[in-house]
Design a protein around this ligand. Sequence first.
Ligand code: HEC
Length: 145
Amino acid sequence: MRKLVLAISLLALGASVAQADVVTDRQALMKERGRLVGALSKVVKGQEPFDGAAVMAALKALEANAEKTDVAVLFPAGTDKGDTEASPKIWEDMDGFKAAEDKYLEATKAASSAAPADVDALKAQVGAIGASCGACHQSFRLKKG
Ligand code: HEC
């Protein structure tokens, strides 16, 4: 009996470690999004020079990041607890959440498939990408923005 109890509590421990990992993984992907969009915003604001190759690399990295973001794997039920800003609304409206991520993926694909010729073109693309970040955060992240 004691062995069984131990086995069950080890299982529970394993589950909470796995949940913490998944939260860390999704936050790492989000942080990378923040870094990449931040770098592109500097170019849009004229704080960094427009370098077509660097811009394209950042847009491709945003697309790859979005492709890697598997909502079903990274947002399993029960991971609205602990050190996370994920809103419980994600699990109340998983279809809506997936649709928001799909829309975001499409925006990154559109941007990386049309190399921006200049800062104005980049501005439009970063604007479209940023709008889908913000739309999802408004609905599904506790800390808005
Ligand atoms: C489909 C929804 C969705 C989209 C699209 C989205 N995010 Fe998020 N974002 C979230 C959720 C949910 C969290 C909270 C995750 C957590 O704490 O578990 C988050 C958290 C973050 C964080 C905080 C990460 C941390 O340190 O904990 C940053 C930064 C961020 N997002 C940036 C972005 C940027 C930039 C974009 C667009 C380029 C973006 N996000 C697009 C849903 C989204």
